[in-house]
Design a protein around this ligand. Structure first.
Ligand code: SAH
Length: 247
């Protein structure tokens, strides 16, 4: 196991352990920018469990052909169970264990928020055709998908999920309120954004944004957020309307 983050007792620390056949893919892009700085500061930490270490025999075999035939290889339940047990060392039974899989429930902002409020999370990145069903059931893995397309492994999904969580941790974003206004956090997609120059290629910034009337700006942004959500995401729009009705 390699520990890529330093702990600071005075700060909240979110710890994630990832079981993977490709530990060198981590922290990858999360070593840069906001997530990278937060990793360096010990706001979150990353431990990698190399599934190969739990492989069978001299060749450290981790997979075999599917019973019943068909293409590809399946990750062995005994090997995966050993890797998952290593990842769970010292953690409570209620620690979330996510297995990335196209069959899982979709990763969304709610799940990211849930994970951000849990001190430890274990993630399992699949390869080949995926894991033997028995270990998914036996270890009580929660299957999570990052979208309706098939990738070649669970490492990118793990990085995506970690990024979504890390930017929610206190002290990661420069501006503490920044993510409270993000798309999905309010239940709506975000309003359009503008910056300098005030006029560009003959195009002006909407005058309300430069007028200094904060109430008018907030109203305009809400109207724009509602309109973009209504036209682009009728599913989110319906849900938002329902939640407004309840208020
Ligand atoms: N045979 C599988 C696809 C295997 S892809 C199927 O048809 O469903 C190999 C691995 O990549 C999976 O085990 C999973 O860990 C990961 N993966 C691929 N696409 C993914 C997605 N959309 N979301 C999450 N994980 C995915």
């Amino acid at each position: 196991m390699t520990d890529a983050g330093k702990r600071r007792p005075d700060e909240p620390c979110w710890r994630v352990r990832v079981c993977t056949l490709f530990p060198e893919m981590f922290p990858g892009p999360l070593g840069q920018s906001l997530a990278g700085k937060a990793l360096g500061k010990g706001i979150w930490s990353l431990e990698l469990i190399d599934i190969r270490d739990y492989g069978i025999g001299r060749h450290r075999v981790v997979d075999d052909t599917p019973f019943g035939g068909g293409p590809g290889m399946v990750m062995r339940p005994d090997v995966m169970d050993a890797a998952i047990s290593a990842a769970m060392a010292g953690l409570g039974d209620d620690t979330p264990k996510l297995y990335f899989s196209p069959r899982g429930k979709k990763l969304d902002q709610n799940l990211a928020q849930e994970l951000a409020s849990t001190p430890d999370v274990v993630m399992i990145a699949g390869r080949y055709e995926g894991l033997d069903q028995r270990v998914i059931d036996h270890a009580g893995l929660t299957e999570v998908s990052i979208g309706d397309y098939v990738l070649s492994g669970g490492e990118l999904p793990a990085l995506v999920a970690i990024d979504a969580v890390v930017r929610l941790l206190p002290g990661v974003m420069g501006n503490a309120e920044a993510h409270e206004e993000d798309s999905f956090s309010t239940g709506l997609l975000e309003h359009p954004l503008y910056t300098q120059p005030r006029e560009w290629k003959g195009l002006e910034v909407p005058s309300v944004l430069t007028g200094g009337n904060h109430k008018a700006i907030a109203d305009w942004r809400l109207q724009e957020a509602k309109s973009v959500t209504r036209t682009r995401r009728p599913d989110l729009w319906q849900r938002w309307q329902k939640s407004e009705d309840k208020k």
